[in-house]
Design a protein around this ligand. Sequence first.
Ligand code: IDC
Length: 515
Amino acid sequence: MKRRVAAGLLALACLLILTGAARFSDVPEGSWYAQPVGEMAAKGLISGYPEGVFGPGDPITAAQFVAIAARCAGLAPVPGQTGHWAAGSLQAALQAGWYDWDEIPPTGERFDQPISRQLAVKILMRALLPQARGDYNTESRKIRDFSQLDGRYYEPVLAAYASGVVSGDNLGNFNPQNGLSRAEACVMFLQAIRRSGGVQTPTAVPEPPPPAAAAQGGVSEHGWLQVIGTQLCGEDGQPVVLRGMSSHGIQWYGQYASPQSIQNTAQYGANLFRVAMYTGENGYLSNPAAIRQKVIQAVDGAIACNLYVIIDWHILSDGDPMTCVTQAEAFFAEMAERYRDQPGVLYEICNEPNGAVTWEGNVKPYAQRVIAAIRKSSPRSVILVGSPTWSQDIHLAAQSPLEEDNLMYTLHFYAGTHGEELRRRVDSALAKGLPVFVSEWGTSRADGSGGVFLEESAQWLDFLDRRGISWANWSLCDKNETSAALRPGTSPDRAWSREDLSQSGAFVFSRFAMS
Ligand code: IDC
């Protein structure tokens, strides 16, 4: 009986998710748009506004429409001309010929204006059904107000009618100059997706630059790092931005922390590598001798490639760093001694505190002890400090920072899960003088999969670039999850080409060398 109730509840929960009713407070179950809005959301093609509302009756803007079309068609963003959140997708769509520059000028003045139905249909057809055609005589007869249509839209509108993507209102009018609501747009997108045989797998991921002979911006160029104000700087006091990859857990995917894999990453322009040493999950604490060797091998490999390298004490399921503070002190004391003359080594002392931990009660006292252990041998190396809630609570650190010099505070994000709210947190932490380092981020959802969310990722990276914030992407491995940078089966022991990179990897590798 109990099991039946549970099964019933599960079915109800699934239904709520499918209908969208659970997702958006303004999409009532049973409304004509609940199903299409829910389906688009379930496919990850729309996400609504931050407050959990969708705005089904709002006219859809040009930027919103193009961004959704880009997501459906797998069109990756390219650098846009403005700081608008969708500038990258709009620029890519313009370059793909989905519309002309005068229809939505790339300078942005019409990005946030309602899009006309005729232009929306043109973009939709070019994005999803570029081969579709409609016979003039047959289709134009179906459109009562055909004379209202501008000539440049004849072809796509006729094709849309012929393929059943749109139909007129109850008077048979298309109303080409009017706008359309966000809910109507969902219906239209779904029709086009169905006829195009499903959501496209992205193909237009930007090409990473060809591998260069050696990494730019590496240790030989910048030397010992230092933190000045909130900015990471080189030995000469000039700002430095580090960009690169994090390994996956080296107890599982240690092969991609090999000298060849690190060199491959460096040759695409990275100047940073992060060695993720899980403590739990069969990591260091279960097998210290072997894992320590892997860390040393990876750090030495990165140094040999002229990269900066982060030694990451990767607490995750063991959420309270204090639980193993003694082991952490001993480990970091040894590493700091070993690498005391190496300007390239950074120490990340607690990946992601989580669960019932507080900044004041757990993380800060832990940091004080481990920083002291490192400083005995490495007085000037940069140390990265996490915060509660998987290193998202930098606002707590900002209220009560540590005293020592050359510290930075880590902020971790996953583009499919975290957005504006966390970005605001970064800005307010910076405004309070807290130096921020994004030592881990992913193009996926926070669970390491889903997406990939390249548009959201580009928005994040643009944000970080504007602030000179360094980053490492999760993760350099071939695991079958979307955050992985390599295609399954990629060899860690030879050079990589574009074909070896996943969608995420191709995108991330194309962003290393941005200045
Ligand atoms: C994930 C891996 C996944 C693994 C899981 C548990 O991608 O393959 O099964 O850990 O070990 C983090 C963590 C990072 C997570 C990642 C994605 O630092 O270890 O990796 N993530 O879930 N914080 C937020 C997201």
